[in-house]
Design a protein around this ligand. Structure first.
Ligand SMILES: *[C@@H]1O[C@H](CO)[C@@H](O)[C@H](O)[C@H]1NC(C)=O
Ligand SMILES: *[C@@H]1O[C@H](CO)[C@@H](O)[C@H](O)[C@H]1NC(C)=O
Ligand SMILES: *[C@@H]1O[C@H](CO)[C@@H](O)[C@H](O)[C@H]1NC(C)=O
Ligand SMILES: *[C@@H]1O[C@H](CO)[C@@H](O)[C@H](O)[C@H]1NC(C)=O
Length: 447
């Protein structure tokens, strides 16, 4: 069922399938063949498995580690106990618990898998290609969509086995079509300056266990679609891709860390269609209108299982809205620095739970209509008044304000959803996010 001749037959299949499982999206999969149906069904099972019934455990675990890291820094100690166990005693300037877990090791380039032990938040199970082979990308081209050339990023990401993908030098990769990843992969740009730019974006669809670290993703445009290989054993027709920087679709255990992203023709990061177990950390986002979309449709109630951590990011210059814009799920937004937005920072509809902790929100100076951090869409107050949107320990500058909703006693009534471990202080957020975006790691030196 992977041949072009079946295209028209498969259109019928798409509609049959769309009406049951894909209410308003064809997922760019033009031929929804048995292969993709199986991947979708397996993915849905994994979403149900990955869903954390006691999200407070994940939320407070992160908060505890952040407070601990800040205490160490304040106390002038040089690194976490874990690093000391690695034998390193030098000064560690990493300013949050994820970074302190690996950045101070001057030998990081020989210990790349270490990164996989550092993720916190809902993506905490993401191991990427840990303990797999190292795959070195040495060719920046992307010319053959069906039989990608060995040495290219596209060849790396379709392989079956776990792979830790690195780059032999700095390069700009212009993707001819969306880059369709398989499970158990890490794309690790440390040690090189890697731009994914001026072409299509990255698609993480019906897969699990992916880490993306240190990429510079910008000026992404829609791919025209066509025949694209999505794994060693399969290729098929794809429709036009949207032009998102990273699209996470029906996937689990995903960690996006230290990316620099701007100017994509659709969103920078979309997390949709029953994806869960996601952490987006240490990112630097600029120059964009619709930054992050979590949940694409009111009809995708499977996004009730969506649990996402947005931590230690810098939402910077010339951003407009959606940092993020949420439907259905449970979103922990913690210790981020919001220094620029033109409409609003955090929005949503369809009763998402939004726990905002220890963020710094700086409203735009010249726009009196954009002081509110929050925005509810398509719902009157009588409806949104019951949505749980809580702000704890956030700081608000230049007149910024967060309109809370839901039960004011939510925390004490639902300890399994939200417990009393406080976030690290928003006063330290500039410090915590100081190294956001792609890092310039040098071999042999702390990063
Ligand atoms: C999904 O889980 C159900 C119930 O555990 C099982 O019967 C079914 O075979 C699973 N489907 C796939 C595709 O793994
Ligand atoms: C601060 O550092 C000193 C010396 O490194 C250590 O003995 C002490 O326990 C630390 N205090 C805290 C609160 O971590
Ligand atoms: C931190 O490391 C520096 C340089 O290695 C050392 O001089 C200093 O004493 C260390 N500080 C602590 C508190 O261990
Ligand atoms: C760097 O790490 C590798 C792999 O863990 C180890 O074999 C090597 O001895 C380390 N080098 C130094 C200088 O610590």
């Amino acid at each position: 069922m992977e041949r072009a001749e079946l295209y028209s037959f498969s259109i019928i299949l798409i509609f049959a399938f769309a009406s049951t499982l894909l209410p308003s999206s064809t997922a760019n999969i033009a031929v929804y063949d048995e292969y993709w149906q199986k991947r979708a069904a397996e993915a849905w099972n994994r979403t149900l498995d990955t869903y954390e019934p006691i999200p407070a455990k994940v939320v407070s675990h992160l908060n505890l580690h952040t407070s601990r890291a800040l205490k160490e820094i304040k106390n002038g100690s040089n690194g976490t106990r874990r690093q000391l166990a690695h034998g390193y005693q030098g000064p560690c300037t990493a300013t949050n618990p994820i970074d302190r877990c690996w950045r101070c090791d001057p030998n990081w380039s020989n210990n790349r898998f270490r990164l996989a032990d550092c993720v916190l938040g809902f993506g905490h199970k993401a191991k990427g290609g840990k303990n797999g082979k190292i795959y070195v990308v040495s060719d920046s081209s992307d010319n053959d969509m069906v039989n990608p050339k060995p040495g290219t990023l596209r060849h790396a990401v379709i392989q079956k086995e776990p792979l830790w993908i690195i780059f032999d030098r700095s390069m700009v990769i212009r993707l001819n079509q969306e880059l369709i990843m398989t499970s158990d992969k890490t794309i690790d740009a440390r040690g090189a300056s890697i731009h994914i730019a001026h072409g299509a974006g990255i698609t993480i669809q019906f897969v699990r266990n992916v880490i993306i670290h240190g990429l510079k993703i910008h000026n992404i445009v829609p791919g025209s679609g066509g025949l694209i290989r999505d794994s060693v054993d399969h290729y098929g027709f794809r429709s036009r891709s949207d032009g998102d920087g990273i699209s996470i679709f029906g996937s689990q255990d995903i960690w996006i860390d230290h990316v620099s992203m701007k100017q994509c023709s659709d969103g920078l990061i979309d997390v949709i269609y029953g994806s869960t177990g996601i952490t987006i950390s240490n990112g630097h986002f600029t120059d964009h209108n619709e930054v992050m979309l979590f949940g694409a449709s009111d009809a995708h109630s499977q996004d009730k299982n969506m649990q996402i951590t947005v931590a230690f990011n810098h939402f910077g210059k010339r951003l407009v809205q959606r940092m993020p814009r949420c439907r259905w799920g449970y979103i922990h937004v913690v210790n981020n620095d919001y220094t620029h937005w033109n409409m609003y920072a955090i929005g949503g509809s369809m009763n998402p739970t939004i726990i905002s902790q220890g963020n710094r929100y700086i409203a735009p100076p010249d726009n009196g209509y954009a002081k509110e951090v929050t925005k509810r869409e398509y719902s009157p107050e009588s409806v949104w008044a019951s949505w749980t949107w809580r702000s704890q320990g956030d700081i608000f500058l230049r007149g910024a304000f967060f309109v809370e909703s839901g039960d004011v006693n939510y925390m004490s009534k639902h300890p399994q959803l939200y417990d009393l471990i406080e976030p690290a202080s928003a006063q330290t957020v500039a410090e915590i996010t100081k190294f956001s975006g792609a890092l310039g790691c040098k071999v042999g030196k702390p990063c």
